[in-house]
Ligand binder design. Sequence first.
Ligand code: GLA
Length: 400
Amino acid sequence: MKKILFLIYIVGSICYSQKFKNLAETPPLGWNSWNTFATDIDEQLVKDIADQFVELGLKDAGYEYIVLDDGWMAKERDKNGNLMAHPEKFPSGMKALADYIHSKGLKFGLYNCAGATTCAGYPGSRGHEYQDALLYASWDVDYLKYDWCDTDKLNAEGAYITMRDAIKSAGRPIVFSICEWGDNEPWKWAKDVGHSWRVTGDIVNCWDCELGHGSWASFGVWKIINLRKNIRKAAGPGHWNDFDMMEVGNGMTDAEDRSHFAMWSMLASPLILGNDLRTISKETLKTISNKNVIAVNQDPLGIQGFRFLNENNIEIWVKPLDNESWAMVFVNMNNEPINLNFDWNKHMIGDDINNRILDVKHNVYKINDLFNNTSLGNTSKKLKATIGVHDVLMIKLQKS
Ligand code: GLA
């Protein structure tokens, strides 16, 4: 009898103590309410966003998840301890909203927190993990962002494992998006816990600023990029470094937005939009629906790109792609346009971690400009271009 029980325990642990596999094999693409709306969200807004996914062609471009961040729930749990949708903001409830989103061929995500309360003071999951996971499964939730406020002395790895196991035992495949801001170095332990993990504190819509809020700070695009070093080897299919929801369309220049979007694609970060899709400009839409750039982010190898060089204040980043191709960006960090004159023969580009070399001595690579969808010749000649202020030239190199 003891042996049988032991066997059941072992089989049970193997089945449940794992995250759902075959999810987020490429970085998740979607939209999240926080950056623009904070807790000012309601069911009409979410339905409008779902409609816009289809009408604007974002669904065709690959965007899939619509994620409600903090503020979706009532201030108290019900008498059985269950979370409830906020009665005024979401009178039809979360299952009805999930059904609407699914009817459009899209997926539905929710937010909660490992602590006793969420960052905006709503009920957190601490002590309710299995109950909440069952509720999400019954609502047909596809994605859970799980935050880290009000966690007191909780151990991060343990808290995220508890929620992972709760999700697994509830039985519905849910992408598990860890959000503890990189404080506990999740790139070291979260590969088998979540499908992505935030690597920094919150983003803010500026190029390179840092904004203090008393006990915490938020970071502009380049602050976020520069905050973490040596974490790229942790990223790969099913487990991504998450550089936060994007600020494209939220007030930076169109050039800065292009560079931001290009960089998140190079970093193999989840591409989660954070702007108001009901009032989106033509230029923003053009940037976020560029299929060439999205394809770099979604490359099946799932290798995170890295900084190759900073030359004349041009940030040069590279990312190995499938079929021995490479993506490359040149971001002009100067406050005036710059003429790029890049001599392929003077640079040995290689990725030590993944054993890849961009071997221009023995091969000629065709060059395509990804934002403009044009050919720029090949690597037998210097690459010349004028790059505007904070703008980007993003190219793909393919063996001819
Ligand atoms: C934290 C997270 C943000 C957002 C807010 C919600 O700050 O990092 O992304 O979810 O909480 O309160």
